[in-house]
Design a protein around this ligand. Structure first.
Ligand code: HAM
Length: 424
C-alpha cells in the first residue's frame, strides 16, 4: 500500500495546531453563552437545492456535490446559514423571536488551496433571527469584536458596508437581479472594471464609478457622502441611513471600524442589508464576515423573518493569532501520571486516578507496563507535573508516594489529602 496523504486542501491538525483550534472553539462557545446564543448541530450533508438557492455563483461552483445511493443530489455544506434558515422554517418554526443560534463545525469549498484558504475549514457561526433593528446588526458585530478580543488578537478592524446601496442604485436603473448579482460578484472580487462593464448604460456606469470614489478615512464622513450621493434614490438612501445607524452603535460601543466601503459586496447572494468583514493588518484575508439577510427564511417557505449573522473562519483566526504570536493559556489542570509498583495494586491505582480526575486534575494512567524509571522519565519529558506512585508499604498506611517531576522531590502523602495537594 502507498503512504496515504490527506486529500488536497484538507488538513490534519495535530499538537499545537489542534490545541489552538480547540481554544478558539471554546472561546466562541463562551461568547455564544455570554450573548444568549443556543448551540444547534446540523448535518454536514444537505440537499443541493437548499445550499445553492442563494449562496451565489462563486460558492455554487465550488461545492462538493454528489448523488447519494438513493440518487439524491446532495452537497457538503459550504457554510451554515442555509441550514439555519431551514431549521427556522421547520423544527424552530414556532419558537419565539428573537432566536439566537450558534453552530461550530467544518464546512467545505473547492477553493484553490493556499495559506488561509482550504477546502475543508472550520467556522463558528452566529445567527440572530427575528429583528430588523440596527441593534441586532450591531450585536453580531460586537460579539465578533468580543470573541477576537478575548482571544488576545491585536489591531483587528472591521470593514462595513450596505448591500442595499448598490442594489438600490441598480434597481433604480432597472437592472434585473441576475445582472445585479453578476456585478456584485465582480465587486466582491475587486474586479471593478469588469463590474462596471456589466452596467447596462452610461448613467448606471457613472453612478457605480462615482460610488467607488466616495471612500474616505473617516467612516461617518463616508456615510454622509453616500447619503448625499444617492439622495435621489430612495432605496439606496434608506440603506445609507441604516448603515449610519448601525455604525454609530458599533463605534460608540468601542468596536474598531477601519473603513466604510461604499461599494462593498460579499460573495453570498442572500444579503439584503449591512455587511461586514474583519481583518488584521498583517493578513489580507478576512478572518470573518457576515451581514443581514431578511428574505432567505421566507424564500425557504417560512414566515417573513428578518435575520442577521456572521461566521468566523477558525483556521484563519488561528493563523492571525500565530502571526501576532499570541500565547493562549490552555485551561488544563495539573498533569499527573498514576502508576502502581506491581500488577496487584492496579485496581487501587485506578481508583486513585479517578479520584484525582474528579478533583479536576488531568490524569494519565500507565498503560505500557513500563519499568518505573522509564515511565517517570517519559512523563518528565512530556512536562507532566506529578507522578503518583502506588506502593504496598505506603498503601497499608493509607498513603501514596507523590513525586514532583520538575523539582525531582518526592514525599509520602495521605490519600485523603492527595487531591488538595496536587490541585492547589
Ligand atoms: P463567508 O465570508 O463566506 O461567510 O465565510 C466566513 C469566513 O469563513 C471568512 O471570513 C473566512 O474567515 C472563512 N473562510 C471562507 N473561505 C475559506 C477557506 N477556503 N479557507 C479557510 N477559511 C475560509 C459565510 O460563510 C456566511 N455564512 C456568514 C454569515 C452568517 N452571514 C450571515 N450569517
Amino acid at each position: 500500500m502507498p503512504a496515504f496523504q490527506t486529500v488536497r486542501g484538507m488538513r490534519d491538525l495535530v499538537g499545537e495546531e489542534a490545541a489552538a483550534f480547540t481554544n478558539i472553539i471554546s472561546k466562541a462557545r463562551e461568547t455564544a453563552m455570554l450573548y444568549g446564543y443556543r448551540e444547534v448541530i446540523t448535518p454536514v450533508v444537505e440537499p443541493l437545492e437548499l445550499l445553492s438557492a442563494k449562496s451565489g455563483e462563486e460558492i455554487r461552483q465550488r461545492m462538493f456535490i454528489f448523488k447519494d445511493l438513493g440518487e439524491r443530489q446532495v452537497a457538503l455544506r459550504p457554510e451554515f446559514t442555509a441550514s439555519i434558515a431551514r431549521l427556522a422554517t421547520t423544527a424552530l418554526k414556532n419558537e419565539p423571536k428573537p432566536l439566537r443560534l450558534f453552530s461550530v463545525g467544518s464546512v467545505y469549498r473547492y477553493d484553490e488551496p493556499q495559506k488561509g484558504r482550504y477546502r475543508e475549514f472550520w467556522q463558528s457561526n452566529f445567527e440572530l433571527l427575528g429583528s430588523a433593528r440596527p441593534e441586532a446588526d450591531a450585536e453580531i458585530i460586537l460579539l465578533t469584536n468580543r470573541l477576537l478580543k478575548s482571544l488576545g488578537l491585536q489591531s483587528y478592524a472591521f470593514k462595513i458596508g450596505h448591500i442595499g446601496v448598490i442594489r438600490g442604485i441598480l434597481s433604480q436603473e432597472g437592472v434585473e437581479e441576475k445582472t445585479q448579482n453578476a456585478i456584485l460578484q465582480r465587486m466582491d472580487k475587486k474586479e471593478y472594471e469588469e463590474a462596471l462593464k456589466l452596467a447596462p448604460n452610461e448613467h448606471c456606469r457613472n453612478m457605480l464609478d462615482g460610488l467607488l470614489k466616495l471612500k474616505s478615512n473617516d467612516c461617518f464622513e463616508t456615510v454622509e457622502k453616500i447619503k448625499s450621493y444617492v439622495a435621489d434614490c430612495d432605496k439606496a438612501k434608506g440603506a445609507a441611513e441604516n448603515l449610519g445607524e448601525v455604525l454609530k452603535l458599533v463605534v460608540e460601543s468601542g468596536c474598531p471600524v477601519q473603513v466604510v466601503e461604499p461599494a462593498f459586496a460579499r460573495g453570498l447572494e442572500y444579503y439584503t442589508g449591512v455587511i461586514f468583514e474583519v481583518y488584521i493588518p498583517q493578513l489580507d484575508i478576512a478572518l470573518g464576515g457576515g451581514g443581514r439577510y431578511d428574505r432567505l427564511i421566507e424564500l425557504f417557505g417560512g414566515e417573513p423573518t428578518p435575520a442577521v449573522g456572521c461566521a468566523h473562519g477558525i483556521d484563519r483566526v488561528a493563523i492571525a493569532l500565530q502571526t501576532q504570536k499570541t500565547e493562549f493559556a490552555a485551561k488544563i489542570g495539573k498533569r499527573v501520571l498514576v502508576l502502581s509498583v506491581n500488577d496487584a495494586l492496579k485496581v487501587e491505582a485506578l481508583k486513585i486516578a479517578q479520584m484525582l480526575r474528579d478533583a479536576g486534575a488531568a490524569v494519565e494512567f500507565e498503560v505500557m507496563g513500563r519499568k518505573m524509571a522509564k515511565a517517570l522519565e517519559d512523563a518528565d519529558k512530556r512536562k507532566v507535573d506529578y507522578a503518583v506512585i502506588v506502593g504496598e508499604r505506603e498503601l497499608k498506611e493509607g498513603s501514596v508516594m507523590l513525586r514532583n517531576l520538575s523539582k525531582r522531590e518526592q514525599t509520602i502523602v495521605p490519600i485523603n489529602t492527595l487531591a488538595d495537594k496536587i490541585t492547589n
